[in-house]
Design a binder for this molecule. Structure first.
Ligand code: BGC
Length: 930
């Protein structure tokens, strides 16, 4: 697209200023926005074309008895379905659901319907702001009768409130006055795969429920809000299109502005219906600008961590940021129930399913930049372990076989006719490899022990059963498999698979509890056939590869047509041996890279988007700067050029993960050898420097490459390595449950008790709180009885805790915890409450904390420093390396007595002693404590 001059990229912006209908499908993908939970394609509001429109939510799939590739065009069919006869029956698959469109709107300007392509389009611009994730379209339009209007549409998926999409429409009549009529609603008319019904219909808003075939039920709220005008709407719904209609006066030169707020929750969430309604209501109260400001603040913290700066090449910089933007909006962050599909949330290509791309191409970005997000991708594979075990068992094997293409349930969704889906067992080693790399990079051995070990050993177990012993050669072999290169799907001894199996078995052996089994794994690792020409370093992709035809002989140059015997030629869809070399840098030397590059590069066809970035990576390591730049441009421009003619079906997110690797592993030349980070940079001539951030074993690093050298420094605020949180009033609000429990006890006893009396119980231990009640009622009781009553209250409280939910969280607490985790900080809960663990479990918060100290673990209550000193000790940190978040005076005093800086969560008047006071977590920066 850009090549035709229609699209212009500026710093932090992707934009186009010419409208062309032929670009609509690709533009729908290129102008996608999202936040990892929602993805919204860049459709025009007035368009109404299914191919372009699309709202997707992570994990919201439908089950369908259909053939995956029936959705695709003949190009895809030819490409993948090698043997149609093999697929006589349709198979059940999961496809990411295209949900009803909350941005639906139709506009009439003085009675004339506005559609950009009717009338005269005087000016047009569509711009995606990569910094804040806002898509902005401006149009100057003549209705054909001389009435000129400017219209601006802005939309974003909030990063602060990830269930929210917000839109602003501003209409300014330039030379006329009259009326503007708007129809605004939720459009379900383009999809038929669910049953939808209106759950609630109010003056300005709607709540729509969609029951998705075999999947979750989605609830979507919508709130329309006129700015500076009375908010009067009429319902006027028609089949599958639920809409509100309003007409407002418009005056020449005065903007008419409508704000729309759409929410989406599903039955994956706790209270989808009430939350969907509440979110649009409070977002509409806050208004578009405030919601955008909150989202932009989060975007800033993400970019501070993820940006890679290239000096000297503006175009490369802009394209790289586009790639990083997509990596940021693709991640489900710490939600390990879902992973990232081959097209992320930008289209229905590959049915939104997950491939090995995530483990090999995408995972390194997250593992090095947002370790908690990287861990979550690993945890997703852990959740799918039982399905992988079932797959292995269905073949009569032990261990776990991860599928080639899967979704939320972890089962194989690719039809058997797609030969490579059954022969590419390297997926199993890829998953295990990624788990081991996560542990190597993060140093998170605790998780490796808790969950990762099980994945790695089960994968090893499976691979150990897939080897065959060749007596004549005294070696193990793997027969009838394919490596990543799909043009050679059935081969013997694919090098990628064999070498990585050896690697896996060696690393799995010490994790295995059975010494006999582990000894066998080591024996296989030793004897598995890993051929290499010792003199040159050349590795054959598979048995017999060198004997294949040197040419790329395809009938008519097309895919899979009759007589096309591509597996008899050396043409490669994507790197296989070359990719292997990048995965095991500690094992291969430069001679291997050089020899295999020289041999294989000439056969590469880049039939997969995963291909160019890996070539850029290797070319950079070899210092072949012309080739590096060529492949960088190919990878960074893959979707802009629509290189594979399928960008319409979604962004090639695996390519962007590979591009990040090309920057860090290629241009900066990073290799991890044991505990050591090594750099060997090679920058193109005009790139004067390259700067980026990494997280390595809990430390935040800044890497700056220039003049052929890489300088690594620790980021300034790294003195602080741990954060100790009080729980109540800092992370969650449990006061109301305490109040209700005391109230129930008081009611049982016929005592007087109200919210005012309850104030005296705030932050006070259980027995002392009871004393407040007793004093208020003028009652005295023996200690034993007091203890009994305090226990009863505690039972009531625990019962009430069943009701605790996300609305009881301190605003912004989750984002703060995720931010700290991603900055590599260790986190602890230090709460005097004896129910701390129960509260954490009820809200699924335990995963954020390395250590939890509750009321049962200490002898002295705050203001004694014991709890914080114990917290620091258990995190393995000194007092100076920790800070505390506290909302009670006694807690602040305890933190200071422990020699720690303290953030007082509350007003300065109450918490005067704290190092600083903060109530808005989204604005909190560690640097403020320096
Ligand atoms: C590639 C595979 C990849 C899949 C999904 C195919 O074109 O050859 O390696 O897993 O696309 O991205």
């Amino acid at each position: 697209m850009e090549e035709t001059g229609k699209q212009l990229m500026e710093e932090w912006t992707v934009s186009e200023s010419v409208y062309h209908p032929a670009n609509e499908r690709t533009g729908g993908t290129l102008f996608s926005i999202g936040n990892g939970l929602l993805g919204l394609r860049g459709s025009y509001e007035e368009l109404g074309t299914k191919e372009v429109q699309g709202l997707f939510a992570a994990g919201v799939y439908r089950k369908s008895v259909e053939r995956q590739f029936q959705m695709a065009d003949t190009f895809c069919r030819k490409k993948y379905i090698f043997n149609e006869e093999l697929m006589p029956t349709p198979e059940e698959v999961c496809i990411i659901q295209d949900l009803p469109d909350p941005l639906y709107c139709k506009i009439w300007l003085n009675g004339e319907p506005f559609r950009m392509w009717d009338g005269n389009l005087l000016a047009y611009n569509r711009a995606l702001d990569l910094k804040t994730g806002v898509l902005d379209r401006t149009v100057r339009w003549d209705d054909g009768k001389g009435n000129i209007t400017s219209i601006r549409f802005r939309r974003f998926c909030s990063m602060a409130e990830r269930h929210l999409v917000a839109q602003e429409i501003t209409i300014t009549p330039e030379n006329w006055s009259g009326e503007v009529k708007i129809e605004s609603g939720i459009d379900a008319s383009l999809n038929t795969e669910y049953e939808e019904s209106v759950e609630r219909d109010w003056n300005s808003g709607l709540l729509l429920k969609s029951e998705i075939d075999g999947g979750s039920t989605a609830f979507q709220g919508l709130e329309n809000r006129w700015v500076d005008r009375s908010n009067e709407w009429k319902s006027e719904s028609q089949l599958r299109r639920y809409k509100k209609v309003a007409t407002v006066p418009a005056e020449q030169g005065w903007p008419v502005c409508l704000e729309k707020f759409g929410s989406l929750y599903s039955t994956q969430d706790d209270n989808p219906k009430t939350d969907a309604e509440a979110l649009v209501a409070h977002s509409a109260d806050a208004g578009f600008a405030a919601c955008l400001a909150a989202s932009s603040k989060v975007w800033k913290t993400l970019w501070d961590q993820a940006d890679i700066q290239i000096e000297g090449d503006a175009k490369a910089q802009q394209r790289l940021r586009f790639a990083l933007f997509h990596l940021l909006i693709a991640s489900p962050q710490t939600d390990s129930r879902v992973s990232i599909g081959a097209k992320a949330l930008s289209g229905q290509g590959y049915g939104g399913n997950i491939f090995w791309d995530t483990d090999i191409n995408l995972a390194p970005f997250y593992q090095w930049v947002f370790p908690e997000w990287g861990k979550s991708l690993c945890r997703y594979r852990y959740r799918m372990l039982d399905a992988a075990r079932a797959y292995a068992h269905s073949e009569g094997h032990a261990g776990a076989r991860y599928p080639w293409q899967s979704s939320i349930e972890g089962f194989e969704h690719a039809p058997v006719a797609i030969t490579c889906s059954r022969t590419q067992i390297h997926v199993v080693v890829d998953v295990a490899y990624s788990i081991l790399r996560y542990a190597d990079i993060s140093g998170d051995l605790q998780w490796l022990e808790a969950e990762g070990r099980e994945i790695v050993t089960e994968c090893a177990r499976y691979m150990a059963e897939r080897v065959e012993y060749n007596e004549a050669e005294n070696r193990y072999e793997i027969l009838g498999v394919g490596g990543p290169d799909e043009y050679h799907p059935v081969t013997d001894n694919n090098a990628y698979t064999n070498y990585l199996t050896a690697y896996l078995l060696r690393r799995a052996a010490p994790l295995c509890e059975d010494p006999t089994e582990s000894a066998r794994w080591l024996e296989i690792a030793e004897k598995i056939y890993c051929p290499v020409d010792e003199a040159t370093g050349l590795i054959p992709q598979c048995d017999g590869f060198y004997g294949l035809k040197d040419t790329w002989e395809m009938a008519g140059g097309d895919w899979g047509g009759p007589g096309a015997e591509y597996h008899e030629c050396k043409g490669l869809k994507q790197p296989d041996v070359v990719l292997l070399l990048t995965l095991l840098p500690e094992q291969f030397q430069r001679k291997h890279l050089q020899a295999n590059w020289d041999y294989y590069e000439r056969f590469i066809q880049h039939g997969s988007s995963l291909s160019p970035s890996i070539h850029a990576l290797v070319a950079a390591k070899l210092g072949l700067m012309d080739r590096t730049k060529h492949y960088f441009d190919l990878s960074a421009g893959f979707d802009f050029m629509d290189y594979n003619k399928d960008t319409y079906s979604g962004i090639h997110i695996g390519n962007f993960g590979g591009l990040w690797q090309a920057m860090v592993y290629g241009f900066a030349g990073l290799e991890l050898h044991g505990d050591e980070l090594r750099f060997d940079p090679h920058l193109p001539e005009n790139w004067t420097s390259l700067k980026f951030n990494l997280q390595f074993r809990g430390e935040a690093l800044r890497v700056e490459v220039s003049d052929g050298k890489a300088t690594v420094s620790k980021k300034v605020d790294q003195k602080i390595k741990g954060v100790l949180f009080d729980l109540d009033g800092v992370v969650v609000f449990t006061d109301k449950y305490h109040y209700l429990a005391w109230k129930r006890l008081a009611d049982d006893k016929g005592w007087k008790f109200d919210e005012e009396v309850n104030e005296g119980c705030r932050g006070v231990p259980r027995l002392a709180s009871l004393q407040v009640l007793l004093d208020h009622n003028g009652i005295d009781l023996p200690l034993e009885e007091k203890e009994r009553l305090a226990d009863i209250k505690n039972e009531y409280y625990k019962e009430l805790l069943q009701r605790i939910n996300d609305s009881d969280l301190y605003p912004g607490a989750i984002e703060l915890l995720e931010r700290f985790k991603n900055e590599g900080l260790k986190l602890a809960i230090c709460s005097s409450s004896k129910n701390a663990q129960a509260v954490l479990d009820a809200l699924d918060l335990a995963k954020y904390f390395d250590v939890v100290i509750g009321g049962n673990d200490i002898e002295n209550s705050k203001p004694h420093p014991e709890i914080f000193l114990a917290g620091a000790e258990q995190l393995g940190l000194s007092s100076e390396e920790c800070i505390v978040f506290e909302d009670a005076e006694s807690g602040v005093a305890a933190a200071l007595a422990a020699g720690m800086k303290c953030v007082g969560v509350g007003p300065r008047e109450r918490l005067g002693a704290a190092t600083l006071c903060a109530t808005d977590y989204s604005a909190f920066e560690l640097a403020a404590l320096a």
